[in-house]
Design a protein around this ligand. Structure first.
Ligand code: FCB
Length: 439
């Protein structure tokens, strides 16, 4: 007997991408460099010296790509806006040709029956702003709110769901503390300041878009359930998850983290009134889930540079099957995470805005997706208000510091010819979506 796991009526299915990872056309129509262009050009930063200059050439091939989405029965497409296309100077005037591209894309999606879902920032800060201090500068948050307003003014009549930031933890801690992501800085104090300004940017944009009449506002966090005991687990959960969840959904930083933040950066950058801005109500929380984080308390471990404040915490690696990124595969972590969000932050509808895996063999991806969808379903059965699932990613693409080697797409991209070929997992997902159920 085959068992069928049905998803709730109206469950939103789809796929996600991000501007720098797929668009290419790096110098066209007035686009200026972003921090990722600069980072990718710095020797040794991105594997094999890969850049996003051409990527999947989606900027020129979006029609073909949208047609493929429709063919694959994807009802929702989450994409991001390239800030340096819209405001090449970061804070200066709007470049209408940049907006034209997203205007055409949105029209094409709607004409093909695919709902557009816009992410306003997926890591590609204009390089001019980084040269002024990037996210360590408070002004950057206000520039971001202006960007949000400009994009909404053009697309707001057709786009229902708006996501402010994608994974601010990565922007702040991989970008400014660990240095593995652009801008590649390794200043732990700067990372906490950047995190705050990213939170502020989110709140300011939510306010601006709400006033402009946006219907559904959200932020996407990369949340990772922490597996381990005691103070070590609490500290990493704080640094990875609660540092963002609490200010956004509870209106304040977690008490246990204040001394940590204070130790690295002081607290002067947190101004009176900021917490209320950051906690502006949202309608949806986007959850990106890839894997849990395992910790132990092996004393004497050198701290993980992406986790300032993690002194004394050991990061353990469990004996589990792994993806091509060497990430442990643990679907049950998704159930735990969604159930925990429902318990600790009740009342906010949830959506998985990214989940997926890099594999050479697509058969492994299919199993990965199936197991994670079953895990998501288990969370729904336990009451988690999960409203949708978007696979990462629609296309194979530029995987940041890893370049083009890891293949996350449900559609294969031959980078020499730009030919797209749906993988088995895409056809399988089409079936799941059609039935709104997993069999
Ligand atoms: C997430 C990013 C996304 C992609 C996946 C694999 O952290 O949001 O752009 O790179 O990881």
């Amino acid at each position: 007997m085959t068992q069928e796991l049905r998803f709730p009526d109206g469950f939103r299915w789809g796929a996600a991408t991000a501007a720098y990872q797929i668009e290419g056309a790096a110098t066209e129509d007035g686009r200026a460099p972003s921090i990722w262009d600069a980072f990718a050009r710095t020797p040794g930063r991105v594997r094999l010296g890969h850049t996003g200059d051409v990527a999947c050439d989606h900027y020129h091939r979006y029609r073909e790509d949208v047609a493929l989405m429709a063919e694959l029965g994807l009802p929702t497409y989450r994409f991001s806006i390239s800030w340096p296309r819209i405001k090449p100077d970061g804070g200066g005037p709007v470049n209408p040709r940049g907006l034209d591209f997203y205007d055409r894309l949105v029209d094409e999606l709607l004409a093909s029956g695919v709902e557009p879902m816009v992410t306003l920032y997926h890591w590609d800060l204009p390089q001019t702003l980084e040269e002024l201090g990037g996210w360590t500068q408070r002004d950057t948050a206000f520039h971001f709110a202006d960007l949000a307003s400009a994009v909404h003014a053009r697309l707001g009549d057709r786009v229902r769901t708006w996501t402010t930031l994608n994974e601010p933890w990565c922007s702040a801690f991989l970008g400014y503390a660990g240095g593995a992501h652009a801008p590649g800085r390794t200043e732990p104090g700067a990372a906490f300041v950047a995190a705050h300004h990213l939170l502020l940017a989110h709140g300011l944009a939510v306010q601006a878009l709400r006033e402009a009449g946006a219907r559904e506002l959200s932020i996407t966090l990369n949340l990772s359930p922490v597996v381990g005991e005691g103070e070590a687990a609490r500290r990493i959960d704080g640094l990875h998850n609660r540092l963002f969840l609490d200010p956004i959904l509870r209106g304040s930083y977690p008490e246990d983290l204040l001394p940590v933040i204070d130790r690295f950066s002081g607290l002067e950058h947190v101004r009176q009134g900021d917490p209320a801005v950051i906690a502006a109500p949202i309608d949806l929380l986007g959850v990106n889930y890839y894997r849990p984080t395992w910790v132990n308390t092996t004393i004497g471990q050198p701290p993980n540079p992406a986790f300032p404040g993690s002194e004394g915490v050991g990061f353990a690696e469990p004996d589990l099957p792994r993806t091509a990124m060497d990430w442990a595969i643990a679907p049950e972590g998704l159930t735990d995470l969604l159930v925990r969000l429902h318990r600790d932050y009740p009342g906010t509808p949830l959506m998985i805005t990214e989940n997926g895996a890099a594999f050479e063999d697509d058969a492994d991806r299919l199993v990965f997706l199936r197991d994670h969808l079953a895990a998501a379903h288990a969370a729904i059965a336990q009451g988690a208000p999960l409203t949708g699932y978007l696979v990462w990613s629609f296309l194979d693409n530029f995987e940041w510091a890893w370049g083009y080697a890891p293949r996350f797409g449900i559609v294969h991209v031959d980078y020499a010819t730009q030919r797209r070929t749906p993988k088995e997992s895409a056809l399988w997902l089409r079936d799941v979506i059609r039935k709104n159920a997993l069999t």
